[in-house]
Design a protein around this ligand. Structure first.
Ligand code: PAZ
Length: 328
């Protein structure tokens, strides 16, 4: 296959030529069980994708390209969807942020700093004191609220967590999860917040072993990752409510790119965000009776303790409700 041919991989060619990850059947079965259970319980289900995908450069991988994303958007949104009564399939990049534990990330808020060792006096004055672990008093209220929500979700079984690393893992898993979730028809939402690589190296072009540095500079020609929103809308999901994200760094490009995506794929909502403003400003682009509608959602500066994902999720829950009310 020469590079010009392969530059236009369709989704069909992609899945016919790239290998499925070994965990795929197991993950698909767990999604099937989850969907059945949530259907019985009468819950709506949202698939949240989160974190960045990698592109390995070698089969025995030493080096890879990575995509920017800490997984904050996905992990935070998943929590608000759970709070709104949704069951959540959280499909995230391995080791990126996760709902609930994200509050105690080891780098920004190390949980060990929340704990104290107390030496309680023993019954007999001569015996050694017994050390006990307690929570720092000023951290207790926050921890209790996160822990209560976490335990409730665990007890109710409303969160299923799956992981990916490479863009190949992501594509195979996304297709499998979407097909299983499509059983829920309009009660399913797809919230695609992961940062997915646009280019990849097909397995057939990958060096088997570590690329050697002796030959001077490195030239790699990558192929384009297929635009999977098209088959997702047309084939993998049935009447599901699909929300994609568009990240740009040039503010002039943000709206045109969102409009283009909506027009090209015909799904329900594109949420645009600028890299440097994404924590306090996003734009919803959708169509209303064939007319393009754009609405900005901004956190005002005095609300810096609020998370924008709470407002994003509120708005989507409202729109999804309207979507489920539409009679076919
Ligand atoms: O994970 P994070 O909070 O650091 O970043 C979230 C995001 C910017 C990756 C997400 O909001 C997004 O825009 N995802 C889609 C990226 C894309 O255009 O492919």
């Amino acid at each position: 296959m020469d590079s010009r041919e392969s530059a236009a991989f369709s989704a069909e060619t992609y899945f016919a030529t790239q290998p499925a990850p070994p965990s795929l059947d197991h993950d698909r079965a767990s999604v099937r069980d989850f969907v059945l259970r949530q259907t019985d319980l009468g819950n709506k289900v949202v698939l949240v994708t989160s974190g960045g995908t990698t592109v390995p450069l070698e089969r025995n991988m030493v080096r890879y390209l990575d995509n920017f994303s800490a997984g904050t958007r996905g992990a935070t949104s998943a929590e608000y969807f759970l709070k709104a009564g949704y069951a959540v399939i959280f499909m995230h990049r391995q080791f990126s942020l996760q709902p609930f534990s994200r509050h105690y990330s080891h780098s920004t808020n190390p949980f060990l700093d929340f704990l104290e060792i107390e030496h309680k006096p023993s019954a007999s004055a001569s015996a050694l004191t017994t050390p006990e672990i307690t929570v720092t008093p000023e951290k207790r209220a926050d921890l209790l609220s996160v822990l209560t929500a976490y335990k409730t979700v665990q007890r109710e079984g409303t969160l299923l967590t799956l992981s990916f690393v490479t863009v190949n893992d992501y594509l195979w898993l996304l297709r499998a999860v979407s097909e299983e979730l499509s059983e829920m028809r309009r009660n399913a939402m797809y919230y695609l917040a992961a940062a997915v690589s646009d280019f990849f190296l097909p397995r057939q072009k990958m060096s088997e072993h570590k690329i050697q540095s002796g030959k001077g500079s490195l030239h790699i020609e990558m192929d384009q990752v297929p635009k999977i929103l098209k088959p997702m809308v047309d084939e993998w999901t049935r009447e599901g409510f699909i929300v994609s994200f568009k990240l740009e760094t040039d503010p002039q490009l943000l709206l045109p790119k969102c409009r283009q995506a909506l027009k090209r794929y015909g799904h329900q909502v594109v949420i645009g965000n600028d890299l440097n403003r994404r924590k306090f400003e996003v734009v919803f682009v959708s169509t209303n009776n064939g007319t393009l509608s754009e609405s900005w959602l901004r956190l005002s500066e005095d609300l810096h303790t609020r998370e924008i994902e709470e407002d994003i999720v509120d708005e989507l829950v409202r729109r999804h409700q309207a979507w489920t009310n539409i009679k076919q």
